[in-house]
Design a protein around this ligand. Sequence first.
Ligand SMILES: *[C@@H]1O[C@H](CO)[C@@H](O)[C@H](O)[C@H]1NC(C)=O
Ligand SMILES: *[C@@H]1O[C@H](CO)[C@@H](O)[C@H](O)[C@H]1NC(C)=O
Ligand SMILES: *[C@@H]1O[C@H](CO)[C@@H](O)[C@H](O)[C@H]1NC(C)=O
Length: 389
Amino acid sequence: MQTLITWVLILCFVSPCFCERLMGSTNTYNVIDYGAQGDAKTDDSQAFLSAWQKTCSAQGASTLVIPSKGVFLLKKNIILKGPCQATNIKIQLQGRITVATQNAWLGDKSKIILITNVNGLTIDGSGGLIDGFGSSWWLCKKCPRPSVLSFNACNGLSVSYLSIINSPKAHITINGCVGATFSHITIQSPGTSPNTDGIDISSSKNILIKDSNIAAGDDCIAIIGDSSYINATGIACGPGHGISIGSLGRDNGHDKVEQVHVYNCSFTKTTNGARIKTFQGGPGYARNIIYEKITLTQAYNPIIIDQNYVDLKNGGGVQVSGVTFRGFKGTSADDKAITLACSSQGCFNIVLDQVSITSSVPGKPASCSCINAHGTATSTVPNCTSLMK
Ligand SMILES: *[C@@H]1O[C@H](CO)[C@@H](O)[C@H](O)[C@H]1NC(C)=O
Ligand SMILES: *[C@@H]1O[C@H](CO)[C@@H](O)[C@H](O)[C@H]1NC(C)=O
Ligand SMILES: *[C@@H]1O[C@H](CO)[C@@H](O)[C@H](O)[C@H]1NC(C)=O
């Protein structure tokens, strides 16, 4: 018996893989073992890709580790591609990832990290950070600028304790995913940084974003074309442009958003709060949207439907209906507390309930302005006398 144990121990030492299989433990792939330097100078993109290949093609559960002691520089974009052989993939981001400045960047300029076609992925970012080094990219607003982390066609995704700062463009994009939970996400970029959306959601379903802090130069969360059953709860947004549906109506026929529930969120010094924006004359709809239990601190446009975002003059029009704003409390940064600017075809079933917004500007009372908006307002201050039945 003792000899057997000795032999197993020796085997474990010479072949960790054998041992893992024997013990039923997870396969772990550390980027350091695949050539990553983590010295903040060497481009580690190839090492990340090599470690990913192993992680993805492993049998059973497998984990990619970006360890805590390094600062891993990416000079090129990386694509972590599935489908994978491994059934349960985890990425542990314990160290820092930094992105080269615009001048030193050698890769594609649309997405820095793209994760595509990987199902059942878990990302744990505890202790880690991704710094997009956006300041060098923001100088040229019209130049192509990449988003930091993009998910495409990843079903059953779970991301927690992830911090991303200073993205050249959007921090996180989610496209074509069914079933995802994001929790304890920290996003931080200056309010003046151009187009640095916090989280963009498109063509996705059953997405929950909760308990997160988002400070950005554009929408904290933007829900765009063909998305449904999207929840955002416990989000502190600011600075930023609010939690927005849209813009809708730009992309012919694909701009449908429904079943959105924004609950227990705060807007602090944002340029908008609860916002629906559509191009004039574009196709699509936004319906069954609820914004509920919202705290406002000097937010511009805390409640806004803007159907005149840009006039495309191609007829039709995005239909806005079934939108509830309930339990809003706090201050707006100027008098425009509620703006419901609907297109000539009108917005319907708009519900304002238990809304109490005061202007933080002395002598400028908060006001409500409605154009072609139909619905009801109960216990709402400022009053909305221009809201039609
Ligand atoms: C979103 O919230 C609704 C209503 O609270 C709930 O029924 C639904 O399960 C939630 N969906 C997700 C993906 O969290
Ligand atoms: C609201 O969100 C905050 C985090 O921003 C959380 O601490 C609190 O428990 C939440 N409350 C409810 C009722 O969900
Ligand atoms: C609505 O508010 C305005 C401005 O505060 C006030 O002048 C007006 O009397 C109010 N109307 C109703 C019906 O309460």
